[in-house]
Design a protein around this ligand. Structure first.
Ligand code: B12
Ligand code: SF4
Ligand code: SF4
Length: 344
């Protein structure tokens, strides 16, 4: 039986809006529509070193495995768009990481929504990003947006600069209808991806994606991708930036997600000089802290090798003597790239 349907649903939508979510849509608990695509994707090794995507496969494809008696998935969108103009000098950071870690911001809001749903008689689990849920599949089913050819979920009113999260609830709520796919003949995201990571419409080889290479990948960045990384020190926004639906993007109301001055006042050379302590201090509340100092220096070396000048050479030469082989090798690579460039 549907839970005193319309009033309950309207109340949930109202609370979600009050909490600052841009969109809230509902789908029915079932095996994920594209579960087999995900299972094949993992089987083919597309997840690379993200071994956590290979665990809990049965839970990930079915929210009913997470909450006993679950009936509804409530998918939510949180707009993070911090503007088009990139701050900083000589490097780029993916927009989602320009300031405070969104996991912390959104979890607080989900906790409040969970409380409200509990008072309506529901039992919930909620997740943002890190839970065993195919978030985009359920958002697509709920008609929150559609999955673009980039695999990124697009909302017709704000484009693709938003996070997804969801509550899996025992409340039996009326499901919303899916939207039509509005990518049409466009292939901009596929054409512009610097590393050809989007191997076909809605197909991605994470091992080639700059977001994976600079964030999730724990080891050396393969030589074949270093040049294509260009000036991207953390994550990549190319397939989002080129999407025509972003002409509708609206600045996020949440200033905790707008660019943080204390990060962007730093130059590439400043980043290369960060000690472990100053790294932790600079990125204290940022998602960048998660990759830790050595991986960040690794990335900074690649960017310096691509766009740096003789100004970065002294610090790179110091780093090339590092006890950490990951840093030493990337710094040495950068030294050689810059020296070849300046001698030409
Ligand atoms: C692993 C992961 C990555 C990996 C792999 C990306 C990928 N495309 O799979 C890497 C590290 C590369 C990555 C990069 C980024 N990520 Co990420 N990532 C995830 C994570 C944790 C799991 C995704 C996953 O399960 N991948 C496996 C594949 C098979 O699943 P999928 O891409 O979701 O595909 C399913 C859907 O597309 C579904 N589907 C839905 N609708 C339709 C329609 C059709 C027709 C078809 C065929 C399929 C289909 O079928 C697939 C199988 O179920 C999710 C959070 C989560 N728990 O879902 C965030 C998430 C997808 N990432 C997010 C973001 C913001 C990013 C970046 C933009 C960050 C950046 N700027 O650097 C980039 C974008 C790169 C890109 N083009 O996808 C957001 C996306 C929000 C949105 N609006 O879509 C998420 C949802 C996190 C969040 N909670 O907000 N990410
Ligand atoms: S985030 Fe960058 S590298 Fe990854 S798929 Fe998009 S454009 Fe390609
Ligand atoms: S760039 Fe074009 S093909 Fe890619 S997601 Fe946007 S509309 Fe779809």
């Amino acid at each position: 039986m549907l839970h005193s349907s319309e009033t309950t649903k309207n109340n949930i939508l109202f609370i979600a809006k009050q909490l600052g979510f841009f969109e809230c849509r509902i789908s029915t608990v079932k095996r994920a529509t594209h579960a087999d695509r995900y299972l094949d994707w993992v089987e083919q090794g597309c997840a690379g070193e993200m071994k956590w995507l290979e665990r809990n496969k049965e839970r990930r494809v079915h929210p009913g495995e997470i909450v006993d008696g679950a009936k509804s998935v409530i998918s939510l969108a949180y707009n993070y768009f911090p503007g088009n103009d990139h701050p900083g000098h000589g490097y780029k950071i993916a927009r989602y990481a320009w300031n405070v870690d969104y996991h912390n911001i959104i979890e607080e809001k989900l906790k409040d929504l969970d409380l409200a749903l509990s008072e309506m008689g529901g039992t919930q689990r909620y997740y943002v990003d890190t839970g065993p849920v195919l978030e985009r599949d359920f958002a697509t089913d709920a008609g929150l947006g559609w999955n673009g050819k980039s695999t990124v979920q697009i909302h017709p009113k704000i484009g693709n600069w938003f996070f997804l999260c969801e509550l899996i609830s025992t409340l039996n709520l009326e499901a919303d209808s899916p939207l039509r796919d509005h990518c049409g003949k466009c292939t901009k995201c596929i054409d512009h991806c610097p590393t050809d990571a989007i191997t076909g419409p809605r197909e991605m080889d994470a091992r080639r994606c700059i977001s994976y290479l600079t964030i999730e990948n724990p080891g050396a960045i393969p030589l074949e991708f270093r040049k294509a990384i260009g000036d991207r020190i953390y994550g990549c926004d190319v397939c989002l930036e080129v999407c025509p639906w972003n002409r509708f993007a609206k600045l996020s109301h949440d200033t905790k997600l707008h660019a943080k001055g204390a990060i962007f006042e730093k130059s590439l050379n400043d980043f290369l000089k960060l000690s472990p302590e100053s790294f932790n201090q600079t990125f204290a509340q940022s998602p960048i802290k998660r990759i830790k100092h050595p991986r960040f220096l690794r990335n900074a070396c690649v960017v310096a090798g691509n766009v740096g000048s003789s100004k970065e050479l002294p610090q790179l030469k110091i780093l090339s003597q590092s006890d950490d082989p990951l840093i030493a090798e990337h710094a040495q690579w950068a030294v050689e790239e810059i020296e070849t460039r300046v001698s030409q």
